[in-house]
Write a protein that binds this ligand. Structure first.
Ligand code: UFG
Length: 337
C-alpha cells in the first residue's frame, strides 16, 4: 500500500517524501518536473537511502495518471502539484484554473474509481484574504484576492462538498503560512524558476550575489517597523505536519482543516536581519512602494493542529535562515550544480 505524492519533486513535496520514506512508507511520486528537477529524485535517494517510484506525468494526462492506480495499490494521496505564483495567476488566470482545478478533479475522480479514501491537500493562508485580526484561526471568514488563491479556496469548497456525501472519505486541508528553510544537509531546497517572487529565495539570491539588492515593498504598514509581517515556517516542520495528518486520516477522521504556522510574526526587516546573521553578510536593500495585493500582517494560531495532531513547529527563525543559506550557498545554481 503506497502513498502517492503529487508534486513530490517540488520544494515542500521533496522534504515530505524524505520524511515519509524515513517512516517506512512506500512512496510514489508523480511530477511533471515543470518547476523541479529530476536530480531531486536522486537526492531523495541519497538522503533517505531509498528510491521512490517516480512517474514523470502531468496529471492532466488523465489516462497516464489512472494507469498509476492500475499498476500500484494506492492507499493515500498527498496533493502538492499545482501552479503557485500569485502575480502570474493574475496574468494567466485560465492557466491557473485549468491546471489547479482540473488536475484536482481528475485525482478525486480517480480516487473514487479506485476506492482511495485518504487525501491531504496543500492549501494556503491566502484563503483568509485580508484577515480581520491576527493570529488567524481556522474558522475565520474565507476570501481571496487573486486567481491562485481562488483555486485554493475553490478546491477547499469542492472537498467540503464531497465529504458531506461520502462519509468514508478522509480529507486533510492544510493551510500553510510562509514556508522557508531547507533540509539540514543542504542537498534539497527551494529553487524557483526565474527571479523569485517570495522574500526568502530573493534574499538568498542577493546573498550569493545573483541579485543586486532586495526591494522591500512598503514601510508604512501598521506593524512594529512598518514592513509586512508574516508567519515563516520551516519546510521540515511543514513536512512533519503532513505525516501527522496522514495518521489522523487513517483513523477515519472525515474532513479536517489545520493552520500550519509557528504563531510568530516577523517583519521583512526582521528577516533581513536574521538572514544577515546566518550568512555573515549585509543584505543590501531599498524601500520601494507597496506591492499590489499585499496585506500588512498574517500569522497563524496553530493550536488546533497542536491539540488534534500533536504537531507543533520546532524550528526557530535562526535555524530557518541557516538552513536556507546552507542550501543556497552549496547550490548557487540550484539543481544545476
Ligand atoms: N517582500 C518584499 N520584497 C520581495 C518579496 C517580498 O518586501 O522581494 C515582502 C512582501 O511584501 C511581504 C513579505 O515580504 O510582506 C512576504 O512576501 P512573500 O512574497 O514571500 O509571501 P506572501 O506572504 O506574499 O505570500 C505567501 C505565498 C503565497 C501564499 C501566501 C499565504 O507566496 O503563495 O503566502 O499567506 F498564498
Amino acid at each position: 500500500m503506497a502513498v502517492l505524492v503529487t508534486g513530490g519533486a517540488g520544494y515542500i513535496g521533496s522534504h515530505t517524501v524524505i520524511q515519509l520514506l524515513n517512516s517506512n512508507e512506500d512512496v510514489i511520486i508523480v511530477d511533471d518536473l515543470s518547476n523541479s528537477s529530476i536530480k531531486v529524485i536522486d537526492r531523495i535517494e541519497e538522503l533517505s537511502g531509498k528510491r521512490p517510484k517516480f512517474y514523470e506525468i502531468n496529471i492532466l494526462e488523465e489516462n497516464k495518471f489512472k494507469k498509476i492506480f492500475e499498476e500500484n495499490e494506492i492507499e493515500s494521496i498527498i496533493h502538492f502539484a499545482g501552479f503557485k505564483a500569485v502575480g502570474e495567476s493574475v496574468n494567466k488566470p485560465l492557466a491557473y484554473y485549468t491546471n489547479n482545478l482540473v488536475s484536482t478533479l481528475i485525482i478525486l475522480n480517480t480516487m473514487k474509481e479506485y476506492n482511495v479514501k485518504n487525501f491531504v491537500f496543500s492549501s494556503s493562508a491566502t484563503v483568509y484574504g485580508d484577515p480581520k485580526s491576527c493570529p488567524i484561526l481556522e474558522d475565520f471568514p474565507l476570501s481571496t484576492t487573486n486567481p491562485y488563491g481562488t483555486t485554493k479556496l475553490m478546491i477547499e469548497n469542492i472537498l467540503r462538498d464531497i465529504c458531506k456525501t461520502d462519509k468514508k472519505l478522509n480529507v486533510g486541508i492544510l493551510r500553510y503560512f510562509n514556508p522557508v528553510g531547507a533540509h539540514k544537509s543542504g542537498r534539497i531546497g527551494e529553487e524557483p524558476n526565474g527571479i523569485p517572487n517570495n522574500l526568502m529565495p530573493y534574499i538568498t539570491k542577493v546573498a550569493i550575489g545573483k541579485l543586486e539588492k532586495l526591494s522591500i515593498f512598503g514601510d508604512d504598514y501598521a506593524t512594529h517597523d512598518g514592513t509586512g509581517v508574516r508567519d515563516y515556517i520551516h519546510v521540515e516542520d511543514l513536512a512533519a505536519g503532513h505525516l501527522k495528518t496522514l495518521t489522523k486520516l487513517r483513523n477515519n477522521s472525515g474532513l479536517v482543516t489545520y493552520n500550519l504556522g509557528t504563531g510568530k510574526g516577523y517583519s521583512v526587516l526582521d528577516m533581513v536581519k536574521a538572514f544577515s546573521k546566518a550568512c555573515g553578510k549585509e543584505i543590501p536593500y531599498s524601500i520601494v512602494g507597496r506591492r499590489a495585493g499585499d496585506i500588512a500582517m498574517c500569522y497563524a494560531d496553530s493550536n488546533k493542529a497542536k491539540k488534534e495532531l500533536g504537531w507543533e513547529a520546532k524550528y526557530d527563525l535562526d535555524r530557518m535562515c541557516e538552513d536556507s543559506w546552507r542550501w543556497q550557498s552549496n547550490n548557487p545554481n540550484g539543481y544545476e550544480d
